[in-house]
Design a protein around this ligand. Sequence first.
Ligand SMILES: Nc1nc2c(ncn2[C@@H]2O[C@H](COP(=O)(O)OP(=O)(O)OP(=O)(O)O)[C@@H](O)[C@H]2O)c(=O)[nH]1
Ligand SMILES: [Mg+2]
Length: 674
Amino acid sequence: MKKSVEIKTFAVAGHSGGGKTSLCDLMLFKAKAVERCGSVDQKTSVSDYTADEQEKRCSIYATPLNCEWKGNHLFFIDTPGYGEYIGETTAALHASNSVLIVVDAVGGLEVGCAKAWKMAEELNLPRFVIINRIDRERADFNRALAQLQEAYGKTVCVPLTLPVGTETGFKKVINVLRDTDIPAELADEAAAYREALMDTIAESDEKLMEKYLDGGTLTDDEIASGLKAAIKSGSLVPVFAGSTAKDIGINELMDSIVNLFPDAASREVVFADGGKIPVSDSGTGIGLVFKTIIDPFIGQLTFFRVLSGVFTAEKDVLNVSRDGKERFGQLLIMNGKEQKAINDAGPGCIVAVAKLKDCHISNTLATAPGVKTLPKIVFPNPVMSYAISAVKSGEEDKIASGLHKIAETDPTVTYKRHDETHESLLTGMGDQHLGNIVKKLKDVYKVEVHLSTPKIPYRETITAAGEGHYRHKKQSGGHGQFGEVALRMSFNDAGYEFVNDVVGGAIPRNFIPAVEKGVHEAMTVGPLAGCVVEKIKVSVYDGKFHAVDSSEMAFKIAARMAFRDAMAKARPVLLEPLMKVRISIPDHYMGDITGDLNHKRGRILGMEADAGMEVVNAEIPLAEMSKYATELRSMTQGRGLFEMEFSRYEQVPANVANDIITKYQAERQHHEEE
Ligand SMILES: Nc1nc2c(ncn2[C@@H]2O[C@H](COP(=O)(O)OP(=O)(O)OP(=O)(O)O)[C@@H](O)[C@H]2O)c(=O)[nH]1
Ligand SMILES: [Mg+2]
């Protein structure tokens, strides 16, 4: 096993189609980790090995890979660029020490790259950029570089290598720090970047600064250590030029991974409580589980990243988060579906173990007691829901158990029964993501499902005070039913409140709980559209009882009817959920996006420029958002991203409310007539 300083652990991230997977395949091949170079186009990629990925020719899952290069062991994770699979990228970044962002020289700084940058920045992960596909028609290295520099700073994004020629004329790259035979047309540029880099290096260390200002030449080691310090702090993000298709610039990139990427010892272990310890090459193993898969052939595999210490095969391990114990079998390092068993794994290693009992994403593993938990991985909120039901009746349990297992491997999927609409909801990141889930249910869990647009959980409340009264009286045979209730209601912003204001025993105390129950029942099916009623205060102030005929049932019915009577007089209104939505787009889509928000009854709260994208913050009714993942994709050709979370309930505008109420009342009448 290599020492932590010889281990580099990084995620490869960026916009879909930039060439991340192709780059990973090429690195594996160049490092002789595989015999033939995998290809996305020929469906032989080591990383995109699942049938779904091969069919779509795009990554869906984050795939841990590894190889050795010039004395270092590289562990890297190829992530999908497509926005709906962002959960995979999130997990991968949590297992990494730095991020290599792949930018397409044709497309430039697209939203997938901006998002990767932002996530890396939030996790304090050093960044590197490769501008790839320079061999392609309409490629423009300088345009892509200018976009990066505009978004993140001219002194931050500085090229370490520059392309000689472009498109079909792209032949090689030059290293601005090292190379001396620089073509005349690049000489000025290379000199300017060299100077910028030397300034950054000097600024990173006072001693180096003095030496540099005194006119001394910095040694290779001094240059590397200066660059590393600046990279670690994020004040420098080296940019590389390349083409994975033509294998140009990739040697220089891989050498720099060895020389400049932060190693596994460079980052302290930070626990959930903020406590820190330095990375150790020996002693108690500490690891973070970031991925689990359920493979039809291998069964369940748990991936974790070693943060400190050593894990050994065939040993007991503690799951600190679950307060449990696991028995490790083999320790595996993986290249797609190829696995290699190792004896032990130290800091920076990404390893897999088969068939653990109770081990989940975000769990902390340790080889000895006394280790604190690591911070949990925070996944993005799923944003698109469908009501899901079984095609064959009676297979609901099969759906539940299948989705439970799927959600276990993908935290951006949820499956829940909605308390208010009583529908089972499948929620995920968008149509394609959910499409994959449905396919998996069919292929792996053998159950077919229907998806439909879910009902909106509208609610009802009142805008005035009201009084209601009802006498429930029935004489059937000998024993009758009798209960009479009078109540008042008023709007109560704090929530639901029930008060007993009955004096003089008009309703005996022992029947009050039944009255409250009746109110409660009436509140679950409001009079306007059958929705939950909220934010009201109800006070029972009068009633009558009968010594023989009164019963709990009679008071419950009377209370329910009195409630409806009062509510009808208290000017009831319909409320709808509003979502807080954050939409990131390139600026030229701004007009289309804001225009569309107007149609959606959206309210724009603000706009900002963030990490190279324009961001629109808005509040939009949930009823208008059910297809937004798909709509945004088609409005922006896949160049937009959005996040969404529940904000609050608000009164539905009268014209919209009328339609909803009329439709509900018509359905109810139809039911009653049946
Ligand atoms: N001409 C050219 N094509 C490239 C290059 N790198 C990748 N490609 C092609 O670009 C397409 C997309 O490449 P991928 O490696 O799948 O891109 P990715 O970034 O992994 O995409 P996602 O998995 O969807 O995020 C494939 O057809 C590749 O063959 C390159 O340097 N030059
Ligand atoms: Mg890919």
